[in-house]
Design a protein around this ligand. Sequence first.
Ligand code: ATP
Ligand code: MG
Length: 683
Amino acid sequence: MAGFRLFDLNEAQREAVTTTDGPLLILAGAGTGKTRVITARAAYLIAQGVDPSAILAVTFTNKAANEMRERLATMIEKEQAKKVTMSTFHALCVRLLRSGIDRLGYKNNFAIYDDSDQTGLIRKIITRTAAKDEKLDHNIAKNLISKAKNNNWDAPTDDKTLIGTVFARYQAELKKLNAVDFDDLLVLAVRLLDGHPDVRARWQERFRYLMVDEFQDTNKLQLQLVTLLSSEERNVAVVGDDDQSIYGWRGATVENLKRLPADYPRLKVIPLEQNYRSTGSILRAANAVIANNPKLYEKKLWSELGAGDPVRVIECDNEVHEADRTVAHIESIRGSSNAELRDFAVLYRANHQARVFEQALRKAGIAYKVSGGQSFFDRAEIRDLCAWLRLIVNGDDDPAFLRAATSPKRGIGHQTLASLGTFAGRWKASLFEALFAETLDTALPRRSIETLHEFGRTINELEQKARETTGEAAARAFLLAWLKDIGYEQHLHDDADSPPQAAARWTNVLDFVDWIARRCGGSGAAATGDEVAAKSVLEVAQSISVILSMAERGDEQNVVTLSTLHAAKGLEWPHVVLAGVNEGLLPFRGAEGEEEQAMAVRIEEERRLMYVGITRARATLVVSTLARRKRGRETVAGVPSRFVAEMKLAEEGVRVDPRAQLRALRDAAARRAEGARADAPTQ
Ligand code: ATP
Ligand code: MG
C-alpha cells in the first residue's frame, strides 16, 4: 500500500480511524484533522480488506469530494481509491434516484431543473395563475417552495392562496415534464428509501460504511437520508464542529449533532484537540472570539506550532485603500519569502466585496480566482463594455470587435462576421481594417457593408471623443451618453429573465462607469492622496487594457483566492486576509425591525463565520477594518466589528497598525488643541 501510514496520525485520530464498527462521532474544532481522519479511515478500511465500493463518504461540495479523492489516491492504490464513493449529498441522491425513481412515478431518465429553469417555470405559472389584482414575486415563491420542500411538506391540495396554488401547479408541472428540482432530489431520495424497504435494503447492503464530513451543516432531510442508508450495524462515522455551523439560514441545524446520541444509543464520541493548521496567535484569537457564544460542547484546541506572527488588525480608509494595501501585503510577503500566489486568500462576508479586490489585483497583474460567487469581470455586461473599450484602444483586437459588434445587436449577423473574417484573413488584416477595404463588396452585400461601416464610424467617433474627454465628471457624462447611444440599458432589459435581474446588471454597469470615471479624475482620486493630473477616457482605457483583457485562469492554477467566508469552509491557506471586518458587514446587518431573540441567534451565527474565517489561516492573518465604507451607493462611517475586540489581541501586545497609531496621535493632538482653546480664559 503506497504511502498509507497510521503513524501520520495522533492517538485520538488513530482511534477514530481504527474504530470501524458502530456509530461514531468525531466532534472537534477547526484544523484538528477531521477531514484527514475521514480519508485515512477509508484507506484503513480498505487495508482491513473492506471492499472499496462499500465505502461512502459524503462531503459538502464537489471540490471537497475531489480533494478527498485525490488525497486518498496518494494513500492507497489508485484503482482501489477510484471505487470509493466520495460525493455530495445531491450527487448521491441523483444516483439513488436514477435507479429507482420509477417507484415514485417518475421515469428514471428524469431531468434536473437548475435555478434558472426553476425560475422560468415558476414565473410562467404565476402569470397564468394570478388574478389581475394579485402579485407574487417569483423569487419569494421560489424560496417558499424550497423551504416547504426542505421541511418535507407536500404541495397543498386544498389551499386556495396564490402561493399554495402555485406550489401545487409547479409540482404537477414538474412531474408532467419528468423533471425534479434541486430540493426534490433530497426529498424524493428520502421518500424512496423510506417507503420502499427493498430499495433501502439494497443500498444498505451496498454501502456498509458511511462517513459524513461537516455534519454540523446538514439539515433534517440529510440526517434522515444518512439514517435510512445506515444498515443494522450502523457503521456511520460523522465528523463536525458545532462552532462552524454556518448554514442555519438554509435550514441546517446543530440539532442533528445534539440528537445523535439519542438516535444512536451505541454512539462513540471521540474529541480531537490538537490543531495542526494554525499558529498559536491565530488559534488564541479564534478561541477568544468563539468563547463569546454559548457552548454546546466543551472543546479544547491547542497547537504545537508556536506563537508565530501576531495577528494584525489594520484600519483602512475605504474599500479601495483596503484592496491596495492587501495587494501590497501580498507582494511584500512574496518578496520576503518563497510564498506562492496559491498561498493567499482574501476572505469576506458578501460577494460584492470581491469587486474592488479584483480591480486591484488586475491592476497589479496578479492572477486570482473568485470562489463562492461570480467574478465581476466575468459578468456578461462587464465583458460587453470591456470589449468596446478594448476596441477603442486597439482597433486590431478581433475578439473585442466580434463582441462589441454584436452587443447589443445592431443588425450585424454571424454570417456577415464570418464573411468579414474570411476576407480579413485573406488580406492579413484585422476585422476593423478590413471594414474599410475598397474591395469588401466582393465578399459582402451592400447592405451588410453599410451596417458594418456605421459600426466602424461609431467606434472612430467614440475614440475621438474618448481622447478629448478628461476629468471625472466629463468622463462619467461621456460614458453614460455612449451607453444611451447604443441602447445598452434597453438591451439588458430585453435580454434578462426578469426586471430585477436587468436592474442588477445595470447597477453593475453604473459601478463600472464610476470606476472608469474616477480614474479619469485628478487629484484625490488615488487612494494615496498624491497629486494626480486628470486623464482622458482614452488614456484610462489604455492604462487598464491589460486589466480588461486579462484572461481568466482555470481553477487549478497557482492563483490568489478571493472567497466568501461560506465558500472557504474546510479549506486552509498560509496567508489569509479577512476583509471588511466591520459592523454591518461581519456581523452582517439584520433586517429592519429584527426582534431581539432573532438578532441574538443571527449574531451567534455571524460569530461562527468569523471563527471559520480566522481558522482558515495557517501562518499569518490580517484582519482589516474600514474607516469609511460604501453602503449601497452612499459612503458611511465604518465601525470596526465587535469581533475585532473579541479577539482580545490587546492582551498579548498586538502589533498596532502605524497608520492607525498616527491617526490616533493626530486626533489626540487635535483634541488637546480644542481643549486648550476651550480652556483659554475669555476676556
Ligand atoms: P476544518 O474544521 O477546518 O474542516 P479539519 O478538522 O477538517 O478542519 P483538516 O483539514 O483535516 O482539519 O486538517 C488540517 C490540517 O492539519 C491539514 O493541513 C492536515 O493535513 C493537517 N493535519 C491533520 N492531522 C495531522 C497530523 N496528525 N499530522 C500532521 N498534520 C496533520
Ligand atoms: Mg474539514
